[in-house]
Design a protein around this ligand. Structure first.
Ligand code: SF4
Ligand code: SF4
Length: 205
């Protein structure tokens, strides 16, 4: 049993049987969630790789891959993931539905994301998605550009429609979980509740 931070998602699932919000959140890791996330992202990545190479800027893809490492392993993991209940698991690596396997270089932050972190997240996403598009434009690869933009649109639509309404990282700017569900989750998780209330969040009793 993994109990660091006493978060219910890392306790025995028997406790979920009596939970009023059971089934309303993605409380536990499932391979299908991870593979669907990676699948939609990889389709865009493959298209962008081919297009950038066709454009004659293949060497610049090393810069993109380098940014992934920086973003997923250092930047995003601090500003977004360190606030997520998935991050509150005991151990050195993340076992979640998107950044599975990433190292956890920072401690868990049970409080909600700050405004400055939300802004940074948006900037990070723009760089992450926009980097190859610049080279597709410079190289005149407009078919690849249009396909890539459509794939980005599909990727974020998939996340917003299929994941963000059930995601445990409630303070993420994309999160759409209803307040009543957030409140129920916080009531079950005292460490997180205390941090949220100290940050000014009000729970409806
Ligand atoms: S909120 Fe906690 S107790 Fe309820 S179903 Fe999810 S993991 Fe189980
Ligand atoms: S579910 Fe999302 S926010 Fe939570 S740890 Fe994984 S990638 Fe980060």
């Amino acid at each position: 049993m993994k109990k660091l931070n006493n978060i219910c998602i890392w306790k025995d699932t028997e406790e979920c049987n009596d939970c009023s919000i059971n089934g309303r959140l993605i409380c536990h890791f499932r391979r299908k969630y991870l593979f669907s996330f990676l699948g939609f992202f990889l389709i865009f990545v493959i298209t962008a790789f081919i297009g950038v190479i066709q454009a004659g800027f293949g060497w610049f893809l090393f810069g993109w891959v380098g940014f992934w490492l920086f973003f997923f392993e250092f930047w995003e993991i601090r500003i977004l993931c360190s606030h997520c209940p998935y991050y509150g698991e005991d151990g050195k690596t993340l076992h979640c539905i998107a950044n599975y396997g990433s190292l956890k270089p920072r401690k868990y932050h049970p409080e909600p994301m700050k405004i400055s972190e939300k802004i940074q997240l948006m900037i990070g996403f723009i760089i992450l998605m926009g980097y190859p598009l610049i080279f597709l434009i410079l190289g005149g690869q407009f078919i690849f550009l249009i396909i890539s933009i459509i794939e980005i649109f599909i990727f974020f639509s998939f996340l917003i429609i299929k994941r963000c309404g059930d995601c445990l990282n409630f303070s993420c700017p994309f999160n759409r979980v209803k307040k009543e569900v957030v409140d129920s989750f916080l009531k079950k998780n005292p460490v997180m509740r205390k941090a949220w209330e100290e940050a000014g969040y009000k729970i409806n009793e």
